[in-house]
Design a protein around this ligand. Structure first.
Ligand SMILES: [Cu+2]
Length: 241
């Protein structure tokens, strides 16, 4: 299936992974950088930096470690921008995807478990075509090599307690089904000043939102990949105010 050049490119891309992957340990807000896993649920890979492969795992919800202490909930205003640091930088090709989920009745950002169809997508990135002719450079991803990522909390959501979920999907070896790599984390937010005029939709659940054989997770992005403009980011469409 693979041309020799594709194989070489693929392995060249895989090599840096032995040096480590990436996590999202610090929340950034209004110029502050909070300590590791403050307002962010500590992730299962906080030491190993390993990716998550299993799309049927409940770990996909927040990449959460077992028996974590409550990291606390940060109060922000709707419309504010918050960020996550990337420990290790985003060293793989793939989309950066953002979701939020409101705490169900009787739950808070710290007590909700992220189960059920409660997640709405607020942003995602798509590749753009580069101008350099080298195979890897014929396409680019907006957050490749990023050490921080940022997102605006939608202005129109109702005030309330939410999880904010950041996810990077690495697809550099996704020419083999199931070899997508998922990285992510959830921040616990108390959103104030929400206009409440927007009704987020549609909702997804984890696990359940993704399939190993969908076009955005099972494809070869190497060897002069010709359709970056048609890349289909996994999951539901983005909802905006
Ligand atoms: Cu990797």
């Amino acid at each position: 299936m693979l041309a020799p050049l594709g194989l070489i490119v693929a392995f060249a891309t895989v090599l840096p992974t032995a040096m480590g992957h990436y996590t999202f340990p610090n929340l950034l807000y209004k110029g502050a950088k909070f300590p590791d896993y403050t307002y962010i649920r500590r992730t299962f890979n906080h030491i190993s930096h390993f990716p998550l492969f299993d799309l049927n795992s409940t770990t996909l919800r927040c990449f959460e470690d077992e028996n974590i202490p409550d990291p606390g909930t940060l109060t922000v205003k709707a419309g504010d921008t918050v960020g996550f640091t990337v420990d290790g930088r985003i060293i793989h090709e793939g989309p950066l995807v953002w979701y939020m989920a409101r705490a169900p009745t009787g739950k808070t950002a710290s007590t909700m478990d992220g189960s059920g169809p409660i997640w709405f997508k607020i942003n995602q990135t798509t590749p753009y075509i580069g101008t350099t002719p080298a195979p890897i450079e014929t396409f680019k991803w907006p957050h490749y090599n990023a050490s921080e990522v940022h997102i605006q909390v939608p202005k129109c959501i109702p005030s309330g307690e939410y999880l904010l979920r950041v996810e990077h999907i690495a697809i550099h070896i996704a020419f083999m089904e199931g070899q997508h790599e998922f990285f992510g984390a959830c921040a616990q937010l108390r959103v104030t000043n929400g206009l409440g005029t927007g009704a987020p939709w549609p909702f997804a659940q984890f696990p359940g939102a993704y399939r190993t054989d969908e076009p955005g997770l099972f494809l070869n992005v190497h060897d002069n990949w010709v359709q970056p403009d048609r890349y289909e980011v996994p999951g539901p469409p983005v909802w905006t105010c």
